[in-house]
Design a protein around this ligand. Structure first.
Ligand code: BGC
Length: 713
């Protein structure tokens, strides 16, 4: 008998259920507050994990209680939402996704893990992999955007970064990929609302990122709060047990979302905690986060025969196995005060990384030539409520990041432009209720050569339970912006937000619009780097940006219509009141260079299913500064038994070019890129014509496309 089996054999039922119970501390509040003191429970072996507690000393103290004062001395699993940084805050995931840079995603996750483990954390509730196509849903901020291929690459990079090559290493965190699954498809963009997606959409869009996370060795998975067609994910046997455990072979820990097991009662699938506990355990949920359903319900469920001891044992063993993989039995305090987290040169390197990730996240949406700021500008008016909104720069889920840590836009610009006079006027508050400074802001604008408007949302306006039916500029910001636009000076708008903001009037009237999202600790410096061209922008939209909320849900990979939009034909797929096109397509983002693509070719015109193809395209920098192109590769299966989307992203490549330089970008198209889930949802390649397209975005009008043919094997 191994050490864990022996431990299991020594446990009482209460102690086993204790391993399946995670309680909340109150260093952060991430759900309904549960009153009570966990200390007695830890000493009695009734609690096996805690969340929302960090700090080397508090972590050590609570761990000591479990190890030295409980009967069996099993160490606690300490979890925390280290989503985009722990103390050093990196851009929100949606913004990081705009970098289209897996190596960078991995590095930021690694550094977040170094800081978090230094604070005693062993498990992060990340990466968040919810494909999201509706900007009303506040949690769009926390994930990698609308595309399953992109989300899958994000999943792999984040799991690698958090976990490293061995969970026992100093600086390795166990990752819990979440929220499994289709949480982003909440009806009408409303958080916690019901989801009803087809099995096909699950297999094409919502499952692949989790498949990728599992393949990358992700230690844990968190089921989502939502139901799918009436079956809550916390009790979803077909998806949790059959697909996740059965088909992908996932053998890690499934950890419920906050209070989600007890919420099965309100979902209307369990009449009490006993039934709720039985449903969740049967579906394969190992750890009950906060709800106490396992502690209060499982003993009775066992007595009534709703669950078997073998199921409780299996769940307990999975939790113990994770603790062992983390090295907790050998060193319950783990590397604790990991020296890398404290070393000052490493801390400075983390700051540099935060700046690099932040500037790579910035997406220049429009620019009539006002950016980069001309070297001769003497006086800049910096107006709007986001210019000095320090704490908000962290965005939602900012871990242990301090409110006074981020560099503001005002500070970043002042540091970058010491010879320039920067006149700052807030104008209005973020939600417009507190400040009436529009006249003062207008005066500042009149006296300036150029106006930078810093507009957007508060950090708390995106993230969990932060949906907005009208995700435009809140409060009186539009009034401020219009007053500034009236003056007739050049105006650039910088938008801080956790989602695409809908402001077609602004896009039409401003000389430049830049999506700066929530960029974290180095926000102001990164923004200054981009507006001054110290860094030539490279960010590309990981989501389609709508022009009107009536277009949501919106995404580039739509299936073809039998009546595609045609302005000359009434009976086609259009709106009467707005254009059908988004404001900006997926992948859109401008550079200060002028990059063009030409001469797309493929390594073969025909291929047999199972063979890889290599595509290549020439890229030219016709601009005056060196720049980086991001080239997207899309595939379309033109005729198939089940209609395939008009475009599906299958590859991304980058190239840096000097002014006037021409280079070649090669994009491998692996055989799997031609497959789609067949009637049994197994990947299959049908013979026939495929279109390969490349472009600088998913704008179909500007793609280069060639046809290649799959021939029967
Ligand atoms: C969120 C999760 C999070 C958990 C723990 C929940 O409310 O949905 O994403 O990991 O709280 O903080």
């Amino acid at each position: 008998m191994g050490r864990l089996e022996a431990l299991l054999a020594a446990m009482t039922l209460e102690e086993k259920i204790g391993q399946l119970t995670m309680a909340a501390a109150d260093r952060a509040v991430t759900g309904p507050v549960v009153p009570g003191d966990s200390r007695a429970g830890i000493r009695a072996g009734r609690i096996g994990g805690m969340l929302n507690l960090w700090g080397a000393e508090p972590a050590r103290a609570i761990q000591r209680m479990a190890v030295e004062e409980s009967r069996l001395g099993v160490p606690l699993l300490l979890g925390f939402d280290v989503v985009h940084g722990h103390r050093t805050i990196f851009p929100i995931p949606l913004a990081e996704a705009a970098g289209f840079d897996p190596a960078l995603w991995e590095r930021t996750a690694r550094q977040a893990a170094v800081e978090a483990t230094g604070d005693g954390v062993a498990l992060t509730f990340a990466p968040m992999l919810d494909v999201a196509r509706d900007p009303r849903w506040g949690r769009i901020a926390e994930g990698p955007g609308e595309d399953p291929w992109l989300a899958s690459r994000f999943a792999e990079a984040k799991v690698r970064g958090f976990q490293g090559s061995d969970l026992k290493d100093a600086g390795s965190l166990a990752a819990a990929a979440k929220h499994f699954c289709a949480y982003g498809a909440a009806t009408a963009g409303l958080d916690y609302a019901s989801v009803d997606v087809s099995e096909r959409l699950l297999h094409e869009v919502y499952l692949p990122p989790f498949q990728a996370a599992v393949a990358a060795g992700c230690a844990a998975i968190m089921p989502a709060f939502n139901d799918i067609a009436g079956v809550p994910m916390t009790a979803n046997v077909p998806l949790l047990r059959d697909w996740l455990r059965g088909q992908t072979g996932f053998d890690g820990v499934v950890i419920s979302d906050y209070n989600a097991i007890a919420e099965l009662v309100r979902h209307g699938v369990a009449s009490d905690l006993i039934e709720a506990a039985a449903l969740a355990l049967k579906a394969g949920v190992d750890i009950d986060m906060v709800s106490e359903a396992y502690r209060r319900g499982l003993p009775a469920a066992l007595e009534r025969g709703l669950v078997e001891m073998a199921e409780i044992d299996a769940a307990t063993l999975r939790v113990l196995t994770l603790k062992e993989r983390l090295g907790l039995f050998d060193d319950p305090y783990r590397p604790g005060a990991s020296s890398a987290a404290r070393n000052s040169s490493e801390a400075a390197a983390r700051r540099d990384l935060a700046r690099e990730a932040a500037r790579r996240a910035i997406v220049v949406l429009t620019n009539s030539g006002i950016l980069p700021l001309a070297a001769g500008a003497r006086r800049i008016a910096l107006v709007g409520p986001m210019a000095n909104a320090r704490a908000d720069m962290r965005g939602p889920w900012s871990g242990a990041g301090e409110a006074d840590d981020p560099v503001t836009i005002l500070e970043g610009l002042r540091a970058a432009l010491p010879d320039c006079e920067i006149v700052f006027a807030e104008g209005v508050g973020i939600d417009g209720k507190d400040i009436d400074g529009i006249p003062e802001a207008v005066a500042a604008c009149r006296s300036a050569d150029v106006i930078l408007m810093c507009l957007g949302e508060a950090a708390a306006m995106s993230g969990e339970a932060a949906c907005r039916a009208n995700p435009g500029l809140p409060g009186r910001q539009r009034q401020l912006a219009e007053a500034a636009l009236e003056i007739g000076k050049p105006v650039a708008a910088l938008l801080s937000s956790g989602r695409p903001l809908i402001a077609p009037w602004l896009v039409e009237r401003a000389d430049a619009v830049v999506a700066t999202w929530f960029l974290g600790s180095e926000a102001g410096n990164a923004i200054a780097d981009v507006v001054t061209c110290r860094f030539n922008p490279t960010g590309r939209l990981p989501v389609t940006w709508p022009r009107d909320i009536g277009q949501a849900p919106i995404y580039y990979s739509a299936r073809p219509s039998g009546r595609p939009a045609d302005p000359k034909d009434h009976f086609t797929s259009k709106y009467l009141d707005i254009p059908v096109e988004p404001q900006f397509p997926f992948g859109h983002g401008l550079s200060y260079s002028r990059l063009t693509l030409t001469n797309l070719r493929a390594s073969a015109e025909t291929f047999k299913p199972g063979e890889d193809i290599l595509a290549a395209v020439d890229v030219i920098n016709e601009g005056a500064v060196a720049g980086e192109a991001t080239v997207f590769l899309f595939v379309r299966d033109v005729v198939a038994r089940v209609a395939r989307p008009l475009l599906e992203l299958k590859g991304v490549a980058k190239i840096v070019l000097a002014p006037g330089e021409r280079g070649v970008v090669r994009l491998p198209v692996p055989a799997a890129a031609f497959a789609y889930p067949n009637a049994d949802f197994q990947p299959a390649i049908e013979p026939g014509r495929f279109e390969l397209s490349v472009g600088l975005s998913a704008d179909r009008a500007s793609l280069l496309t060639i046809s290649i043919f799959a021939v029967a094997a």
